[in-house]
Design a protein around this ligand. Structure first.
Ligand code: PLP
Length: 456
């Protein structure tokens, strides 16, 4: 390994990091870390720190680090055939096997899976397919997409537009005009504090209906949403939300895209978030948990209803004009097959449900009563703690106080990685699905200590 100083210098001089303050990084003013290894829920860095990764990378290393089963599958695939494309009917044993494994696990109305590389490109694929679908059905006006404020769907041109977070729009000339945002189903952050949860759901529904009315249902093609809001703050939906929203979508013949990049393959204690909340999606986006990030791979799972129209489209127009060089990359597919087998053999979906319930309760018991903890929420192995200056009237801290980042830094001192979610003073946890009770307890203890250090 190169000497530490030399690597740091090369990093500052050459490496354009995503989601980073570029100027501060280049000047060496912001923290950086060079990661060298990992096993189970832990990562190691070049300075010899061993850190409990309470966010599984970017909620993606679901089986945990260092799994030889996946490493060996990747190596074997690389030796046998590192690459061949999937265009015009080509495939490999790994890509064909993985598509069957995905469909075997998906809701029963699903028909086919298209493989991409990451969540953003999968959602780009989805929107193109939705537009194609409505063109084939002779409804060229029905093209707008409804997304939610605080939703996260990627950072491409279309997907950055779907993402309902200002930081992904500002100075990028986004969102594109075809995207319309509606209310975030975030009960804790409701405008009217007197609203009950049921009244808040009714409010979300009426806002959606008003948007559809304003735009015209015949101009709206699809609604996209994460079963649980992720990057927007790890917010499970209020009770009855998905049932009520889907009624509106059905009434207006609007397709439902469930973005399961985070929730797919077990994070909520069910194989898909759609199973968890009774979402009947027309298209499901998958990525992260598909390979546990051992290799880049994403997918768009297409329902029978949409697939039939796509087939009709190619009968009328010839082969579909959509594809990436690396679609269904054999190494990604081999990682996916080994990963899904490991999720089964380690019983990780079940562990996510049981350990998630334990972890969320332990967190709420340990810190929920603190004067500045406004909300402790979660589902499966997602957990968030949101901080307020004054609990009685839910006054948020001024963002300049950087309470969230201070807490994340305090956790890091205790060798625990958590994510200071950017949309408020929110500390998010999404550990690998193999989390044990001892590891859950140690995160909770570190969180309680960190709160004491930063907020008293
Ligand atoms: N959709 C959701 C729900 C996500 O959380 C993410 C990434 O965090 C994406 C899409 C984009 O995935 P990627 O970063 O792989 O492009």
């Amino acid at each position: 390994m190169l000497t530490n100083d030399q690597l740091s210098q090369w990093d500052r001089e050459n490496f354009f990091h995503p989601s980073t303050h570029l100027a501060q990084h280049a000047r060496g003013e912001s923290p950086s870390r060079i990661v060298t290894g990992g096993d189970g829920v832990f990562i190691e860095d070049r300075d010899g720190n061993r850190l409990l990764d309470g966010f599984a990378g970017l909620y993606c290393v679901n089986v945990g680090y260092g799994r030889t089963e996946i490493q060996d599958a990747i190596a074997a695939q690389a030796r046998e055939l590192a690459y061949y494309h999937a265009y015009v009917g080509h495939g490999t044993e790994a890509s064909i096997t993985l598509s069957k494994m995905v469909l075997d696990r998906a809701p029963s109305n699903m028909s086919k899976v298209y493989f991409g590389l990451g969540g953003s490109d999968a959602n780009e694929t989805n929107i193109k397919l939705v537009w194609y679908y409505n063109n084939i059905l002779g409804r060229p006006e029905k093209k707008k997409i409804i997304s939610r404020w605080r939703g996260y769907h990627g950072s491409g041109l279309m997907t950055g537009s779907l993402t309902g977070l200002a930081g992904f729009h500002k100075k990028f000339d986004l969102p594109l005009s075809q995207v319309k945002h509606t209310t975030a189903p975030d009960y804790f952050r409701r405008d009217d504090l007197n609203q009950t949860e049921a009244q808040f759901v009714a409010h979300c529904v009426s806002e959606l209906e008003a948007l559809i009315e304003r735009e015209g249902a015949d101009t709206i093609a699809a609604f996209i949403g994460e079963p649980v809001l992720g990057t927007g703050g790890l917010v499970p939906p209020p009770a009855g939300y998905w049932e009520a929203i889907q009624k509106v979508l059905k009434r207006h013949d609007i397709l439902m895209i469930a973005d399961e990049v985070v929730t797919g393959f077990g994070r909520l204690g069910t194989m898909f978030g759609s199973d968890h909340y009774g979402i009947e999606a027309d298209i499901i986006t998958i990525a992260k948990g598909l390979t546990s990030a051992y290799a880049p791979l994403s997918g768009s799972i297409i329902s029978d209803k949409v697939w039939k129209v796509l087939e009709q489209g190619t009968d009328e127009n010839g082969p579909i004009g959509h594809g990436w060089t690396y679609s269904a990359h054999p190494i990604g597919a081999a990682a996916g097959v080994a990963n899904l087998n490991l999720i089964d053999s380690m019983d990780l979906v079940d562990n996510a449900g049981k350990m998630g319930a334990y972890f969320n309760k332990a967190m709420a018991d340990a810190v929920g009563g603190h004067a500045h903890v406004g909300d402790v929420r979660g589902e499966g192995l997602l957990c968030a703690v949101e901080f307020v200056e004054d609990k009685s009237d839910r006054t948020f801290y001024d963002s300049s106080k950087k309470i969230g980042p201070q807490l994340a830094a305090a956790l890091l001192k205790r060798n625990v990685i958590a994510r200071a979610m950017p949309q408020g003073d929110i500390i998010g946890f999404a550990p690998p699905l193999c989390l044990s009770k001892t590891e859950a307890d140690s995160i909770v203890l570190s969180m309680a200590d960190s709160i004491k250090e930063v907020l008293g």
